[in-house]
Design a protein around this ligand. Structure first.
Ligand SMILES: Nc1ncnc2c1ncn2[C@@H]1O[C@H](COP(=O)(O)OP(=O)(O)OP(=O)(O)O)[C@@H](O)[C@H]1O
Length: 312
């Protein structure tokens, strides 16, 4: 029995002669918030469609909760909440009707479906629109309803395809909070996105996909450890601080650039850095004028691995 909630082996998809996903070996541990990160057209949605049984792989295996997809799809999907990228069908239903209907479809008793529809409308911020028809909704409101749909039946695993693409900044922030809350409640969450900063704030695991291939996978912490972190520091005497930092175990590299100290930190020993640096500054009477992380560690890894300045 697999220790992973989602595990794929050599998962591959061709459309005609076009290879869109190739030999993907995904490993999503129980309780992980897994960011499936890649640029437009990398193969994220195609992968998710295969994970949820909407698309048949050309070859390769998918096991979810240790069960075979698509062979045991019905059993798997009972425990999965899926938020597709595409807008909702059922344009003529009201939000309330839609969520109740979807709850009934998944086998909830009528009263329970109504109860959950009400609760989830409130939770996802569309309570006031309960009796608006789907066709009247903005793209962001639709996305909130799709999120509510994914949460029906309190699923163990959430698979969310670009869940924030239509949300405004506040909506995004709220969404991140909800994902963290759901993670704390023990859910496993698989989120596809091309927005690095969001993934970084939500996810503890990450898989990087490029041209249909997984080029990196693991715990965000471990990936960041490999790379180290850059800090920009400015103190009243940079030369003195540079001398101090030179041979420290937690410093991979330190140099001065345009009057600012750039320090590449080894995350494994980061705690010592954060203890010893302030102590040294206090001892030497140096004033700290600037201290900030240079770029987000994950973003730097992406820039390196994808060979582009990839920003949201
Ligand atoms: N049904 C299809 N037939 C042919 N090609 C397809 C089909 N669906 C997707 N593709 C192609 O497969 C590639 C991957 O598409 P996919 O939607 O999986 O990417 P994505 O990573 O989700 O991108 P985005 O971030 O833009 O949503 C693209 O080149 C797309 O044009």
């Amino acid at each position: 029995m697999s220790t992973y909630i989602i595990e794929t082996e050599k998962l591959t998809k061709f459309f005609g002669r076009m290879n869109v996903v190739y030999h993907l070996n995904l490993k999503v541990p129980k309780g992980a918030v897994y960011g499936f990160l890649g640029p437009n057209g990398a193969g994220k949605t195609t992968t998710i469609k295969m994970l949820t049984g909407a698309l048949k792989p050309t070859y390769g295996e998918i096991r979810i909760f240790g069960l075979d997809m698509p062979g045991e799809r019905v059993e798997i999907m009972r425990k999965v909440g899926y938020m597709p990228e595409k807008p909702l069908a059922y344009e003529d239903m009201t939000i309330f009707e839609f969520l109740t209907y979807m709850g009934r479809l998944m086998g909830l008793p009528k009263e329970e479906a109504i109860k959950q529809a009400r609760e989830l409308m409130a939770y996802t911020g569309v309570g006031k629109l309960a009796f608006n028809r789907i066709r009247e909704l903005s793209s962001g409101q639709r996305q909130r309803v799709t999120f509510a749909m994914a949460l029906l039946g309190n699923p163990e695993l959430l698979i969310l395809d670009e869940p924030t693409s239509n949300l405004d900044p506040l909506g995004r922030m709220e969404f991140i909070g909800k994902v963290l809350e759901l993670a704390r409640a023990g859910k496993t969450i698989f989120i596809s996105s091309h927005i690095v900063s969001e993934i970084e704030r939500m996810c503890n695991h990450v898989g990087l996909i490029k041209d249909g291939q997984l080029i990196e996978q693991g715990r965000v912490r471990d990936l960041v450890n490999v790379e180290g972190t850059d800090y920009d520091i400015l103190v009243s005497d940079n030369a003195k601080l540079l001398e101090f930092l030179k041979d420290k175990v937690y410093v991979r590299e330190a140099w001065e650039e345009e009057g600012i100290l750039r320090v590449k930190l080894d995350e494994r020993f980061a705690e010592r850095f954060f203890v010893e640096l302030p102590a040294f500054l206090a001892e030497e009477g140096l004033a700290l004028k600037l201290f900030k992380s240079h770029t987000s560690p994950l973003e730097r890894i992406l820039m390196k691995r994808f060979n582009v300045g990839w920003k949201e």
